[in-house]
Design a protein. Structure first.
Length: 69
C-alpha cells in the first residue's frame, strides 16, 4: 500500500539541501540539488520503514512561520 511522507527541507550553510521526515525518527538526508535530495530521502525513508521506524507515524500538521518584532 502506498504511503505518503512529508519532508521538511532547509538549506545549510554550505548550500546543501537537507531534508527531514518529521513522521520518522532520525530519517534525514541531504543533496546538492532538490532532485538529489529527494532521491536520497526516498532511500532513507525506505530504510527507516524497513527497520520498523514507520510503524506509528504521527499525523503531520504543518509548518507555520512566526514573525518576531
Amino acid at each position: 500500500m502506498p504511503r505518503d511522507f512529508y519532508v521538511v527541507i532547509e538549506r545549510d550553510e554550505d548550500g546543501f539541501y537537507v531534508g527531514e521526515v518529521p513522521g520518522l525518527r532520525g530519517c534525514y538526508s541531504q543533496g546538492r540539488t532538490i532532485d538529489e535530495l529527494l532521491a536520497n530521502i526516498r532511500e532513507a525513508i525506505l530504510l527507516c520503514v524497513e527497520e520498523g521506524e514507520g510503524d506509528a507515524v504521527p499525523e503531520f500538521v504543518g509548518v507555520q512561520r512566526v514573525a518576531l518584532g
